[in-house]
Ligand binder design. Sequence first.
Ligand SMILES: *Cc1c(COP(=O)(O)O)cnc(C)c1O
Length: 427
Amino acid sequence: MSQFKIATKCVQSGYSPKNGEPRVLPIAQSTTYKYDSSVQMAKLFDLEEDGFFYTRLANPTVDAVEKKIADLEGGVMAILTSSGQAASMYSVLNVCKAGDHLISSSAIYGGTFNLFNKTLRDMGLEIDFCDPDAPAEEINKLFKDNTKCVFTEMLSNPALTVLDLEKWAEAAHSHGVPLIVDNTFPTAINCRPIEFGADVVVHSTSKYMDGHACALGGVVVDSGKFDWKNGKFPMFTQPDETYHGVVYADHFGPAAYGAKIRVHLMRDMGAMMAPQNAFLLNLGLETLHLRMPRHCENAQAVAEFLANDERVAWVNFPGLPGNKYYELAQKYMPNGTCGVVSFGVKGGREAATKFMDSLHLAAIVTHVADARTCVLHPASTTHRQLNDRELEECGVSPDLIRFSVGIEDVSDIIADLDQALSAATAK
Ligand SMILES: *Cc1c(COP(=O)(O)O)cnc(C)c1O
């Protein structure tokens, strides 16, 4: 469906029923698939033919939603995973093994940070974190002979740092390694990183893509643009004995990276998305192009309200002129960034707690980026193990409130904020 506009792709890509078939994407609730001969099945196992044989590797419902997302991002292939965490892990483990080196932006989701800093280090990978705003010369100094990829986040959760994608893509490419971009917060509606040089895009689909907070999921999208034959990636150019010597870069051409995630990592580690969740995700995707502009519009109004309110200490939203990332946001996300606004209430940590407890419409939840307005105080929840100094180091001040603006009527959201601010700052 690549000739269509993105709104049409949201609604229609990935599934086109033939005569008499269900109009709505059916849920193929089956782990397994029937074949007429064992020869035919053997061909599937040898990767000589395409087809479904076990839902850990591929399933018709999951397959349709993968095709839609690949189309939305402008990639050649997408692989849905059980969560965003699994997607980030696969994106890196597809090119890195023990002894290899990974460079990561330091402005990334906390779960990704732990995955890299703890689990992947324990598995023998070397990691260097780098401030995403660092000048190119500083980023370039981090590359080593064993560097295999660079990981970044387009619009970071919760710090709302906007990535200078072209700067990072140039650094990665001049060292012959791919750039991976977590595009969860903007979604493909507001930003398509592949158009600016990303080689791999990952998402937590649990956020705006699902949009209703009902199905956990992740996705890895292969742009099909990276040259895996540049001499640094033997896993793509040398035979894989577990598939009778297939050479991924030859056998799968531009989709080598995506294909290897499916047939190698998914086969061995199995963090597949369930067909039921793919169905729910698809329902969300059918309205993504309607929801994202509304999230952005509501968040812009909320950010402007907060910025003009004397009970508020500070506001961080890349759509506010004067924000540190305003220009980068205009460049990479001209139609809007996302619905998340962070701010501090005068009176610090104590006022923040009082403010949160006084909200009626906005619910206190860990989740972020769905249709219902919700709020989180990281210092007392997700980041509560850290002391104030450690909090500052990871860009989360003790008074930071992460406010995820939903798609309700914005005047109701602002009225709720207004009364909670009064309650929190009352003498
Ligand atoms: C939530 C999130 C993840 C992790 O996704 P899960 O689906 O919760 O595993 C990764 N990256 C970003 C930016 C996120 O917001």
